[in-house]
Design a protein around this ligand. Structure first.
Ligand code: MN
Length: 211
């Protein structure tokens, strides 16, 4: 039997304590796939960039968040695959739990694979992932345009770089991470999410189901 891609995700969490979704591995779908970036105020603030690949959300933690400037290469550390259901998770991971802190859906939308081989044929996402060279076009609410994810092969780990590709959407003057700080789902700030969800969890012993 094939190993469950979400095994590590589940192992690291107590999903009875945390309101994060249990989720499952989905069947792959059409050409436009799910994309999300979650702003996560854990021990240190970072942005979790996630792309649907073969029914799960393949994930990277990007400490500085994405840049629209092709010259700013952002460190992106690969983390465990998350279930598709995670894409709309916004709330608080309780104290003492893995990744404790506030989570915001900073950007959400679809993406398209644009990585082609020398013959101009599309390279499947799973192959791109293996090769450590991904090129996607994001159709987010905040981010739009081509982005590359390149594995560095440094330190033998899962260190990648997230880089804005040179296209008409690239613009060094834009800085969406600082200019667009509200949730793409609920328009809330991190402080508002903290306040709202804090109230909810204080009232109810069992955290509410999010969706
Ligand atoms: Mn995170």
């Amino acid at each position: 039997m094939k190993k469950d891609k979400l095994e590590i995700y589940r192992k690291r969490r107590n999903l009875k304590e945390s309101p994060e979704p249990v989720g499952k591995v989905h069947k792959s779908r059409g050409k436009k796939l799910l994309y999300v970036i979650q702003k996560h105020a854990a021990r240190s603030l970072h942005y979790d960039v996630r792309l649907e690949i073969d029914g799960v959300l393949v994930s990277w933690a990007v400490p500085k968040g994405p840049s629209m400037n092709p010259q700013q290469k952002r460190l992106a550390v690969r983390t465990d695959d998350h279930p598709m259901e995670y894409a709309k998770f916004e709330g608080i991971i309780p104290e003492g739990s893995y990744g404790a802190g506030t989570v915001m859906v900073w950007d959400i939308g679809k993406y398209r694979n644009i990585k082609t081989d020398k013959q101009g044929k599309l390279v499947p996402m799973s192959e791109c992932l293996k090769q450590g060279s991904i090129e996607v076009f994001l159709y987010g609410k905040k981010l739009e345009g081509g982005f590359a994810f390149i594995k560095t092969h440094l330190a033998g780990g899962e260190q990648w770089l997230m880089i804005k590709m040179r296209d008409e959407y690239a613009d060094a003057r834009l800085n969406p991470v600082s200019s667009q700080q509200e949730s793409a789902l609920t328009d809330r700030t991190m402080a508002e999410i903290r306040e709202d969800e804090g109230k909810r969890t204080r009232k109810r012993k069992v955290p509410p189901c999010h969706y």
